[in-house]
Structure formats: structure tokens, C-alpha cells
Ligand binder design. Sequence first.
Ligand SMILES: [Zn+2]
Length: 268
Amino acid sequence: MALEGKNISKDNITQKCYMCENIATSQEHVPPKCLFPEQKDTRGIDFKKNLIKVPSCDLHNTSKSDDDEFLMLSLSGIITNNAVGQFHFLTKSDRAIRRKSKDFLNKQILRNHKIVNLKISEKEFKPISIGYPNIARLQSCFEHIAYGIYFHEYKTKFVGEIKIFFGFLEYEDTYMQTLKKFIKKKFDIEKELKLIKKGENPLVFNYEFQKPDKFGLFSVKLVFYGTTEIFIAYKPQSVDKPFDLVMELMNNGIKTIINLEDENFEFN
Ligand SMILES: [Zn+2]
């Protein structure tokens, strides 16, 4: 146990998995390597500089499953992505879709998928796909990323609870929607405090950790392809406060309004 947290590449010691107590047998990329464009597609521009890797057991190495490809198809196709994301969708993701059966997109990525024409200017329309994303599978993918990015940042395994919010989704549940906006706003405010943005291929992926608040809770913001944001809230086991006070208050039927700068967030 005392060896946890040592630099893995330099010390020739047995490593434990980033998610569990098993001995690590391989390295897992965080986030998955396939999200980063390949040089054969980018005419030599390198978007895979110093990718993050963490020690992993067989069970928690998702690159051994097809979750990585699922994540690539789910994230790279988001319409608001920067040019790198759109390009990745038109190259590697497109090749992956062509290898699949016709109804793959509908069944696996966007349920009730259909094509609609989006007006992008007075005369121009662009066909886009709309549908319901596979939230449960996205959650599972980001749970791995949450543990992985924590391990990379703090050189030890995270023990506690996590919650994931997809900034690019509109939640039907008003509580989730408000909480998502609330967390996003907290990051926007802290921008002025100059949180350190990390990630050596920022046009593909970057992230910033918040300092723990007075309860020991903290979050990380992950940004894919310039605009697609995911927020992960961490509650370490050592913190005995409720995961979030707002939820606790709400569960007890107490109307709760939190004011951040000039904006009110109402939970009830
Ligand atoms: Zn494991």
C-alpha cells in the first residue's frame, strides 16, 4: 500500500489497477486513444502527444471492449464540435460506421435516430442526425475516465462516490438540468481564478480540476473537441457530508435557492 502513488514508469514495482485492488496487467489510455485523430488522416499533424496512461487490470481496461469505439462515435459526431472533432467524425468514425450493420447507429449510438435538415444560414441547410443518446453506456465510459483522470492527477486511486453530468445534454429532469447548469457556472466563475487547463492535445481533449471546497468535494471539467463538456463531481470517502447538500435539502422538500454571482439556481 505504501508504494501507491509512486511513478510507475520509473519504479520497477508491482502496480495496482486505477480502479480496483487487482494487480495491473496493462496500461489504459485516459481518455481512449481512438478519440485522437490519426496522423494518416491529419497529414502529419500530431494530435497524440503524450497521451495519458494509467495502470489497469484486465477487467478495467476498456480498450479490450468496444466501449472505446462507442465513445468515439458518440462524442466526435456532436454538431457543435470544433473542426478537429468534425474532421475526426468524417474520417475514423465514418470508417467505423461503415464497417457496421445498417441499423448500428440507430441501435447503439442514437436511439430513434433520424435525419433532419438544420438551417445554418438563409439559404443553407445541413443534414444532421438527432435521437436519444445511450446515457447508461456513456455513464459507464465516463466512470472509467473519472477514475483514470483522478489517478493520473493524484497518483493514487480515487475512493468515494462520483457523479457525472453531460454538459452537452438537456436533461428532462429539471433538478439534473439545474444542477448541471450550477456546476457549469461554478467553473465559469473560477475561470477568473485561473484553474490550470491540462492536456497536451487541447483541441481534442483538455481538463481542469477544481480545488476541494470546504466540505472536501471537488469537480473536474473535461472538454472534448473544443466545446463538448462533461463535469464529474467527486466525493471522497473521507468526506462525511451528504454528496451534495442541495440534494439533501430537496429530498426533504425544502425549496433551495443558491445564488452564484447574479444568477439564481432554484432547486425544489
Ligand atoms: Zn481493475
